[in-house]
Write a protein that binds this ligand. Structure first.
Ligand code: G3P
Ligand code: CA
Length: 315
């Protein structure tokens, strides 16, 4: 019997994904849906990603004042993304997600990037979708529970910053609400939880040991979260021989998502030897995509999942 590509991909499974049986052998993750092609973290972006044939939707979560999980990257409404109910662009950072209700959040239009902004210039192929609202996680669950999308996984990020606690939910409470939402939606076998703030991941594992957690890292001037125990739930790099893969393994995460520019081939091999899945973010350049596939990463998180797909197709 001749197997289709999807059957081949899904028959092999991913050993690092404890809740996936079976799963894709190479995980194409659409970053914020498909930010390069549609407004980030909107239903339009998730629809675009599904139409392109991703394996996983990557998305960011916030928790509103009235306890709803909403899909947004920023701790405060982003003035390059959000327009108020009158259609006016925000003059500066808007209210914090934790300080407003779902009804208030959904008065904002997030369907296009502010014309003339540097952010808009970074995504010249993004097709606006005026009228798009910040969705709830429940709405995204519904998308992937529809016929034709039931094979798609979600990689949900708890957006937290331990250095700005006033703008964030309390990490344990955030984890509890996420686990509860995943269970209530019957999505326990299709979700992983990722974070730069490993406190929420530890709580997810405590509440739901079978739910895979993914440790995000960046070692860049704007943030080096592995060098600061406030981000790593108290784990110190020095106690793990200065090895990020060993630190990630010690955290209990089953996969590691490093900033792609930080990853060396030696570190990839070390992580793989420890049994970690390695999924770099956010890989948009075709040369980087080709190189990292050659290196043998488990998957790629990209604003342009179509590029990852075409690179794989050529092989
Ligand atoms: O999945 C990892 C990636 O999304 C982390 O970066 O800032 O886009 O959430 P960010
Ligand atoms: Ca993210």
């Amino acid at each position: 019997m001749k197997l289709t590509r999807r059957q081949i991909l899904w028959s092999a499974g991913l050993p690092w994904l404890s809740n996936a049986a079976p799963g894709p052998i190479f995980d194409i993750q659409g970053h914020r849906g498909a930010r390069g092609l549609a407004p980030e973290n909107t239903l339009a972006a998730f629809d675009t990603a599904l139409a392109l044939g991703v394996d996983t939707l990557e998305l960011d979560l916030g928790l509103t004042r009235d306890g709803h999980l909403v899909v947004t990257h920023d701790l405060r409404l982003n003035p390059d993304i959000a327009r108020d109910a009158s259609g006016a662009w925000l003059a500066g950072p808007g209210p914090a997600i934790v300080d407003i209700t779902l009804a208030e959040i959904q008065t904002y239009d997030v369907g296009r990037l502010r014309p003339g902004s540097r952010y808009a210039a970074s995504y010249p192929f993004q097709v606006p979708a005026d009228g798009e609202r910040i969705p709830t996680l429940a709405e995204v669950f519904a998308l992937v529970q529809a016929p034709g999308a039931r094979h798609v996984r979600l990689n949900v990020e708890t957006k937290l910053n331990p250095l700005q606690p006033d703008l964030c939910p309390e990490p344990d409470e955030f984890a509890r609400v996420v686990v509860q939402a995943v269970r209530q939606a019957g999505m326990s076998d299709r979700v992983s939880v990722q974070s730069f703030d490993w406190r929420s991941l530890a709580e997810v594992r405590r509440l739901a040991p079978a739910l895979p957690t993914v440790a995000l890292t960046t070692r860049q001037p704007w943030l080096d979260n592995v060098a600061d125990v406030r981000w790593t739930a108290g784990l110190a790099l020095a106690d793990h021989g200065g090895s990020v893969p060993r630190l990630v393994k010690a955290s209990g995460a089953v996969a590691w998502s490093p900033f792609h520019g930080d990853l060396s081939r030696a570190e990839l091999a070390e992580a793989q030897a420890l049994g970690l899945g390695v999924l770099p973010w956010t890989v948009n350049d075709m040369d980087d995509i080709e190189r990292l596939i050659d290196w043998g990463v488990a998957g790629l998180i990209s604003d342009y999942p179509d590029r990852v797909r075409s690179a794989l197709k050529r092989r």
